[in-house]
Design a protein around this ligand. Structure first.
Ligand code: UDX
Length: 436
């Protein structure tokens, strides 16, 4: 394997995972960020995000001298004391948040491209890893204004909470470029992983990411709608999805109903694809319906909780188990748990929350919620307790003790996480999703 000198711009969960994992594969990696404090922490192996295995890889990379952290994109491109060899591959891993009207905001990608264009050594390859609309590779190439630099699309498929595992054990690697040799050079960086690799054109590669994420979002909206139908007809969605999932064309994954899908990718990418469709003059009713079904889902959960407390939420105490958008992360961005909490608060409920990934209040996100690091405090005088995130540790809570603390021992389990039999034995009534 060739050792490449790589620069990674942006040390969010995608950039840091990419940098640390590429270093673990033997490459020499310099990671850059504009956040001076973050870089100072990373230089000491102090990883600011919760991502299993990442601290270990960063520590290893630093110790082996294969991983370095610098402030600013320019410093990652210029020769450093790590190596005076010219940089060969530059990964852009900067945020592409939802901008006005739902389209992806490419300001960060464009700023970095302008910043580095005159520094890039001839023949170097720039790789877009962030999720960007079709045409961004071509636009980046234009911004760089360099005939001697190829721009490649290589989307990430990392789930938060298992990003390191996903990077090192990918289902596939997609590399798109209108110059075959550049695509092959990027694909070669991952050769040790032995994953199926699709080499394609830049536009198709950019589209794969949206097509995959929006398909997953659609799958979840389908399941959430199916859960509602199961409730009406007395079927059990758990059994229904298990029966569906044995069909290899469908698969068991991504079939769990919940309070709606969220996080930093699925909502943003679905809105962005809607914008892409609008701009292309195409109606995509399936996509629109997936979003609408998801928007309705949090309201359905509020309905269940309102019913559980007797018909009105005004002045009722609701204990929340979970705030993050899924288990195994500390990320609250676009969390369906927060959307449900907002709905409860709007109707006058008083909220106390416990989340293993969020031990204290986060201004601007958990305002109006008492955030505690003691799960028992969630049960104290509660008119209802609701599970909003699927943290497995909630199963092991002392439910019999919680019954004694609660004013009304009722659990609304929006993730179907808990065992209803265990809850009933503890003295709770249990309401799930898609089950009687
Ligand atoms: C997603 C994609 O999976 C990943 O490939 C992409 O690169 C980034 O976006 P992530 O946002 O980390 O990853 O979360 P994911 O595990 O996909 O979950 C998304 C949402 O769907 C969460 O709110 C989760 O709770 C929900 N979900 C997931 C369900 O409600 N039911 C399921 O069965 C699976």
């Amino acid at each position: 394997m060739f050792v490449r000198r790589i620069a990674v711009i942006g040390t969010g969960y995608v950039g840091l995972t990419t940098g640390a994992c590429l270093a673990s594969l033997g490459h020499e990696v310099v990671c850059a960020d504009v956040d001076i404090q973050k870089i100072a922490r990373l230089r000491h192996g102090d990883v600011p995000i919760l991502e299993p295995g990442l601290t270990e890889l960063v520590t290893e990379g630093l110790a082996a001298g294969r991983l370095k952290f610098v402030v600013g994109a320019r410093n990652a491109i210029a020769p450093t004391e790590l190596s005076d060899e010219p940089v060969e591959v530059v990964f852009l891993c900067v945020p592409t948040p939802m901008g006005t009207g739902g389209a992806a905001d490419l300001t960060a990608v464009e700023t970095v491209a302008r910043e580095i264009r005159d520094l890039l050594p001839s023949g170097c390859v720039v790789v877009n890893k962030s999720t960007v609309p079709v045409g961004t590779a071509a636009r980046t190439k234009q911004l760089l204004g360099r005939r001697d630099i190829a721009v490649v699309s290589n989307p990430e498929f990392l789930r938060e909470g298992s990003a390191v595992h996903d990077f090192l054990n990918p289902d596939r690697i997609v590399v798109g470029c209108d110059q075959q040799d550049a695509a092959e050079r990027v694909a070669a960086l991952y050769s040790r992983l032995g994953a199926p690799t699709l080499l394609t054109d830049a536009a198709s590669s950019e589209m794969v990411k949206y097509a995959a994420n929006c398909f997953l979002a659609m799958k979840l909206s389908y399941v959430n709608a199916m859960a509602e139908l199961c409730e009406r007809l007395g079927a059990n969605v758990h059994e229904v999805t298990e029966g569906m999932g044995y069909d290899r064309r469908i698969g068991q994954a991504f079939l769990k109903p919940g309070p709606g899908w969220g996080g930093s990718c699925l909502p943003k990418d679905t809105h962005a694809l809607m914008q892409i469709c609008d701009a292309a003059g195409l109606e995509f009713p399936l996509l629109k319906a997936s979003l609408e079904t998801n928007e309705r889902q949090s309201g359905r959960m509020v309905d269940k909780i309102r019913t559980a407390v007797g018909g009105s939420l005004r002045g009722k105490r609701v204990g929340l188990l979970g705030l993050t958008f899924k288990a195994g992360t500390d990320d609250l961005r676009d969390s369906p748990a927060l959307t449900v909490a907002e709905g409860l608060r709007a109707e006058g409920a008083e909220l106390t929350a416990f989340d293993p990934g969020c031990p204290a209040a986060v201004p601007g996100l958990t305002d109006g919620i008492v955030v505690t690091d003691d799960p028992m405090a969630v049960a104290k005088d509660a008119d209802a307790i609701t599970v909003l995130t699927e943290w497995p540790e909630f199963r092991a809570l002392d439910w019999p003790a919680m019954t004694k603390l609660a004013a009304n021992p009722t659990v609304v389990d929006t993730r179907n996480l808990l065992d209803p039999a265990v809850l009933r034995r503890a003295g709770f009534s249990w309401v799930g999703v898609g089950r009687r």
